[in-house]
Design a protein around this ligand. Structure first.
Ligand SMILES: [Zn+2]
Length: 435
């Protein structure tokens, strides 16, 4: 049976600079939209409503009465927008990650459905407003054309945001593609940590260092210093502070690392037609080492940046390439010897431990990879395909060599420069480390 998955990608394009009169219509539209979203989010949070259908049923009439000249489908998209905001706020609230009563509707993008916009030729869009349908020319770029020419099609939804300074619309187009997932010929176990991503390729472990924990912690303290300094000088809501915080580029750095890692991992699997094997992550990083961080928000951020974020990026990339993803139980993957099934004793904060039965040495992240692989082979909690050409017989694994405790470590400064692991490994600096 063939498995098909749907992949979506958001592509951001800008409109041409709009005439004042036209732009004013969008400012009015945004005002009405924002007002509706604010009211609805308050209402939804107060009444604990997280269903779009329910919210729409309760509020449709009222919203139509509020702005009768607005195309009726804005009521639908506003409800969707509001429910999404309410949901994520209620989730944060439940986890104690916010002290606010209601979510703040800070930035607004106007959600459009297939009744509210359409593509007009390939270079402009038409948007329904309270002043009729307006045609907007787009400034298109290479990325857009790449999607158009490579078999992606446009989804029926889109979003727009206003850039007041340049009198432009920022249009978020969503491209969709159906990809066939191949039948895997083997497994690529992936262990995601706070500080690295370890992969095991046919018995050889590679540690791609990300330094995510350090990065998040570093930004956290820098952020706090900036906040304290500027709050004292200008009060808590200063523009200067926001500007400095933005300059830190925390989000961009993390995003960059995440996608580069995902690309490397997925390419390794794809060229071998392997499935990617990941640990099934819970909502809370209970088993992980970041338990030692007491600050709830900080722990959440490290979890998102280094575990969930990287995993999600790998899943997303895998889908795009049709690479199957298999999940295994994450329990004790780094604590048990994959050969003897005996506990591995790690010294104080050491990443290298000794098997309590066989006495051989193990690197923590390599151990995790082997156990992830073994669980995939046993088909724990997944519909794993049967293994072909892999080490099913544990005794034939290339142990006894340095492979169990001496993986090839690749610092971020190296892998980040290359598109694939093969290219990275061809780099003389890495070659030296491997030898
Ligand atoms: Zn052992």
């Amino acid at each position: 049976m063939r498995e098909i998955v749907r992949v979506t990608r958001t592509v951001v394009v800008r409109s041409c600079r709009l005439p004042r009169k036209v732009f004013r219509v969008f400012i009015e539209l945004e005002g009405m939209y924002r007002n509706m979203v604010e009211q609805l989010v308050m209402y939804a949070v107060r009444n604990n409503i997280t269903s779009f259908t329910r919210l729409k049923a309760l509020k449709y009439r009222e919203l139509r009465g509020l702005y009768p000249h607005l195309p009726s489908h804005y009521t639908y998209t506003v409800c969707q927008d509001a429910v999404t905001r309410a949901k994520s706020f209620l989730r944060l609230k439940k986890r104690g990650l916010t002290e606010r009563e209601y979510p703040e509707v800070r930035s607004v993008s106007i959600w459009l459905d297939d009744h509210l916009w359409k593509i007009d030729g390939l270079t402009s869009i038409e948007v329904a407003t309270h002043k009729g349908r307006l045609s907007i020319d787009l400034v298109l770029h290479k990325q857009y054309w790449r999607y158009v020419s490579r078999g992606w099609r446009l989804a029926s939804e889109a979003r727009i945001r206003l850039d007041r300074r340049n009198r432009q619309l920022i249009v978020y187009l969503i491209f969709v593609k159906d990809v066939e997932v191949y039948k895997s010929r083997g497994y690529l176990p992936v262990d995601v940590n706070e500080n690295n991503v370890t992969i095991l390729i046919d018995g050889y472990a590679y540690i791609l260092e990300t330094g995510m924990e350090k990065l998040v912690l570093g930004y956290y303290y820098r952020r706090r210093r900036v906040q304290e300094r500027y709050d004292k000088l200008y009060g808590t809501k200063s523009r200067a502070k926001r500007k400095v915080l933005r300059k830190l580029k925390e989000r961009e750095r993390k995003r960059d690392i995440k996608w580069k890692i995902a690309n490397i991992v997925v390419r390794v699997a794809y060229v071998r037609q392997y499935a990617v094997v990941l640990e099934k992550l819970g909502r809370n990083p209970a088993n992980n080492m970041i338990k030692r961080i007491e600050d709830d928000q900080l722990r959440h951020r490290i979890f998102q940046a280094s575990f969930k974020g990287i995993q999600k990026a790998i899943e997303e990339k895998a889908r795009e390439y049709g690479v199957p993803v298999v999940y295994v139980d994450p329990k004790n993957t780094s604590k048990q010897c994959p050969i003897h099934r005996a506990p591995i004793k790690y010294g104080n904060s050491s990443r290298i431990g000794r098997c309590s039965k066989g006495g051989e040495l193990w690197h923590r992240d390599v151990t995790a990879c082997w156990n992830i692989l073994l669980r995939a082979l046993r088909g724990d909690g997944s519909n794993a395909p049967s293994p072909v050409g892999l080490y099913v017989d544990v005794s034939r694994m290339p142990f006894g060599t340095k492979a169990t405790h001496d993986p090839t470590g690749i610092p971020r400064s190296l892998w980040a420069r290359w598109k694939s692991l093969e290219e990275t490994l061809r780099n003389p600096e890495v070659m030296e480390m491997t030898l």
